[in-house]
Design a protein around this ligand. Structure first.
Ligand code: MGD
Ligand code: MGD
Ligand code: SF4
Ligand code: MO
Length: 752
């Protein structure tokens, strides 16, 4: 009998609501559900992915039962095993390795928000390993750290009809975020308000609707931001009352930005000085706000200076905790990620084994403990595992045997590090040398092809969704699964629970299913699981001007920083060696002087490299297995300006080869309007159409940009450890072997 069930798509972080038609435990049809958040007809019309749900559920290439490696690593020879056998063996190996070495012997790797990661983190915390790697240092942490240090908590832009100017900084929501935000930008553009400023070296789809496009040179954002502060302060445009009442360090900031006059900044950023003035004056009209993205999160040394300057810009212009500017988020009413991940239950062990200690003083257990002190006083709970996540360079060193203790096992959940982590060659060597590699995924990805065990993950509509953004907002959305997982697939939560129980963690895993765990998480809100699934969310209004609200003792609440005010100058960051005020750093280098000279002698050109600009319909290394998408976007592209193309002697459609000290990758050239002397290369490219096995693991050495990159701590941002996917360098030449991408594909069948 057919039944209609509410569920969610999870092919992007947006989690649109759908009604699934279910017959005999199978979804037979899907239709958008206008009754639940976040329904938007235009979003759905602009989305190419959701119709793919049924294909993905039934895909011949899905892994449907646990696979155990039988041949050599990467040989593509597998044996089907039961979950019992797989989990027993994995748990036995992990326990034995822990006895032989220490509890840090296992590491984990995660990717973007494809699922809930706290179950993995709970397993790791209780096992005693601090070694979770993820995308934190280059995706989320720089913003969170800088907000928390400056304001005592995190903020979100609050764009209203009153907003005068919106700075869209290093983000291209037209491609990366087909959501209500992009749709509302289009509406705002039509209405002519707010003034849209896009800061991006490329003329992106978003930049094309901007009032002002600032095509600065990669990595010069912190200089640009200091230039904006210079104009605002010199022209007396700041919100004097807010600064006087709520900020500390303004005098130092004013002195600090004095040298960053528009003319000085213009030379560094490669833009006219008047643009600095124009943007500063527009932004200083209250309320105004800023939205940022990956473009400034992945720029090595400049990441923290840029974000720190951003926090100062918002604060001194009075755009904090104010409608049309930004809202200070609220701690969740539901159980926080910090408590779900159980980090505090095993704090000493984790802190003691953390590899970051002595290397990245902010992204560390000590750094977390510092902010926790002021948070605790205010009842705030920041997730700890992301903000202490191990630096990949240190992780790889331990995997390579360079100490301080060995890492011999890795659990990979919802990521494909051979394609999306830096330095593919180094990653491949390190993963190949492990005693145990376990990959939990939908597919035999290049990384999975190297594993000892591939475990079949249940996907969207086969598992519940609970998107809580680390619990930094009082807002969660998602809903129920529509069907039980097909075949022997399992929800991520259940995998880590069952592994945890085998490793002696039973008392910490009281809930048999993810739904029950979510229900427990929601309990403090008074909303039960069914209510949440019906509405698709739990959200509470977030009133502005919270810093002015009076506490019981009659004093204003202020900001949850040590001083109770916005810290424009940071004594703490100064004590860590980061300076009390933000100062620009250097670019991240991938080419040695010798390499540059050698290649120049052979006719190669040295360019600034940026990577990974998002493009629909793909996401990271995913959806390249979907034949219609490949027909639509068949080739990995590298973009340059016309002047740069002329310098290379290449035309659109030509193959170009990019090289760094790390390796080479080939792309097809495209010419767009963008900063000169810069090349932008796509990321995520491999051949899911297979064969996905050694030696090239689905073609990861052809057009995979991360063959060129590095996560080395040398040249990385010193406090968090952010390496770079933008503002790097590479050698480029026109020509190279033709690409094998470009022809229509068929799905390959997963190992049976
Ligand atoms: N289609 C698609 N959507 C995605 C993803 C995907 O892979 N595909 N990934 C998801 C993930 S994990 C993330 S983190 C988000 C990211 O979402 P966004 O942050 O919006 O990422 P991009 O769309 O790449 O936009 C970043 C922009 O920064 C620019 N840029 C590069 N270097 C610099 C620089 O030095 N300074 C400045 N100011 N700009 C620079 C690039 O040209 C690019 O246009 O997207 C999510 N959405
Ligand atoms: N050069 C360069 N490198 C980059 C970037 C860049 O811009 N340039 N961007 C970086 C950023 S911001 C990010 S966030 C990362 C993104 O990269 P990741 O988020 O790590 O994405 P993928 O590597 O494609 O891996 C996602 C995998 O998760 C699997 N999956 C999907 N849903 C589930 C699920 O529910 N459970 C499980 N177990 N598996 C699932 C998919 O099949 C896929 O194999 O890449 C980073 N790397
Ligand atoms: S891919 Fe994203 S935008 Fe498209 S339907 Fe799914 S959740 Fe919504
Ligand atoms: Mo990301």
């Amino acid at each position: 009998m057919a039944e209609a069930r509410k569920t969610n798509c999870h092919f992007c972080g947006y989690l649109c609501g759908f009604t699934a038609q279910v017959e005999d435990g199978r979804i037979t049809a899907l239709k958008p559900d206008p009754e639940r958040y976040p329904y938007d007809e235009q979003v759905l019309n602009g989305c190419q992915r959701w119709r793919m749900n049924l294909d993905v559920l039934d895909g011949a290439d899905r892994v449907n039962h646990p696979l155990k490696r039988v041949g050599e690593r990467g040989s593509g020879q597998w044996e089907r095993v039961s979950w019992e056998a797989a989990l027993d063996d994995i748990a036995d190996k992990l326990m034995a390795l822990r006895v032989e070495h220490n509890s840090g012997v296992v590491a984990s790797m995660i990717g973007g928000p494809h699922t809930s990661f706290w179950p993995l983190h709970r397993f790791m915390s209780l096992f005693g390993s601090p070694n979770n790697a993820g995308i934190g240092q280059i995706c989320w942490n720089p913003r969170i750290w800088s907000d928390v240090l400056a304001y005592g908590w995190t903020i979100e832009p609050d764009i209203t009809e009153d907003t005068n100017c919106l700075i869209i900084w290093g983000t291209d929501p037209a491609e990366s975020d087909n959501s209500v935000f992009w749709r509302s930008l289009l509406r705002m553009h039509k209405a002519g308000r707010p003034k849209l400023v896009v800061i991006d070296p490329r003329l992106t789809k978003t930049a094309r609707i901007a009032d002002v496009w600032v095509p600065l040179l990669p990595g010069t954002d912190s200089t640009f931001a200091l230039g904006l502060l210079n104009v605002i302060i010199n022209e007396g445009l700041s919100d004097a009352a807010f600064v006087e009442r709520w900020c500390i360090g303004f005098e130092e900031l004013a002195a600090h930005v004095a040298p960053y006059a528009p003319e000085a900044v213009a030379g560094v950023c490669g833009i006219p000085a008047d643009v600095v003035r124009e943007v500063a004056r527009a932004f200083a009209q209250r309320p105004s706000t800023i939205i940022t993205g990956r473009g400034i999160d992945q720029v090595g040394e400049n990441v923290l200076p840029t974000h720190r300057a951003r926090t100062a810009l918002l604060a001194i212009c009075g755009n904090l905790d104010r409608p049309g500017g930004s809202s200070l988020l609220q701690t969740s009413d539901f159980i926080s990620e910090l408590d779900l991940e159980c980090t505090l239950d095993n704090w000493e062990v984790l802190a003691d084994l953390s590899l970051n200690t002595g290397h990245t003083p902010l992204q560390s257990y000590a750094g977390y403990a510092h902010v926790k002190e002021s948070m605790d006083a205010d009842g705030r709970r920041l997730p700890a595992r992301y903000l202490t996540s191990v630096h990949p360079d240190l992780l790889l060193r331990a995997m390579e045997g360079a100490g301080p203790y060995p890492i011999r096992a890795v659990i990979v959940e919802a990521t494909n590090p051979l394609v999306t982590y830096a330095d593919t060659h180094r990653m491949l060597a390190a993963l190949s040398g492990l005693d145990l590699l376990v990959v939990l995924d939908y597919y035999v990805t290049p990384t999975a092809a190297l594993a000892d065990y591939v475990l079949p993950a249940a996907g969207a509509m086969e598992r519940a969704t609970f998107q809580a953004h680390g619990g930094v907002a009082n807002f969660v959305y998602g809903g129920a699964k529509a069907v039980e997982p097909y075949h022997e697939r399992k929800a991520d939560y259940e995998v880590f629970r069952e592994l945890g129980i085998r490793c002696g963690q039973a008392e910490h895993w009281p809930d048999a299913t993810f739904e029950e765990a979510c229900e427990r998480t929601l309990a403090p809100t008074g909303l039960d699981w069914d209510g949440y699934c019906q509405m698709g969310m739990y959200a509470m209004p977030n009133p502005p001007f919270k810093h002015e609200q009076l506490d019981e003792d009659g004093s204003p609440r202020g900001f949850a920083t040590p001083s109770g005010k916005v810290e424009l100058a940071s004594a703490y960051l100064d004590s860590l060696g980061g300076g009390a005020l933000p100062a620009p750093g250097s670019s991240y280098r991938l080419c040695s002087d010798e390499f540059i000279q050698d290649r120049q002698a052979e006719g190669w050109t040295h360019l600034t490299l940026i990577t990974g600009g998002r493009r629909q319909p793909y996401n990271a290394s995913m959806y390249l297995n979907h034949p219609p998408f490949r027909a639509q976007r068949p080739l990995p592209l590298a973009e340059v300006s016309q002047a740069t193309a002329d310098m290379l002697g290449a035309a659109p459609g030509d193959v170009v080869t990019l090289a760094t000290d790390k390796g080479e990758a080939r792309f097809v050239l495209d010419v767009i309007r963008m900063a000169d002397g810069v090349i932008h290369a796509d990321y995520g490219w491999w051949h899911p159409e297979g064969p996905v096995q050694a030696p090239d693991f689905g073609g990861i050495f052809e057009s995979n940009v991360n063959v060129l990159t590095s996560c080395s701590l040398e040249g990385a941002e010193p406090l968090i450890g952010t390496w770079a996917y933008n503002d790097m360098d590479c050698m480029v030449r026109a020509g190279g072997e033709a690409l094998t991408f470009g022809s229509p594909i068929e799905k390959q069948a997963a190992p049976a």
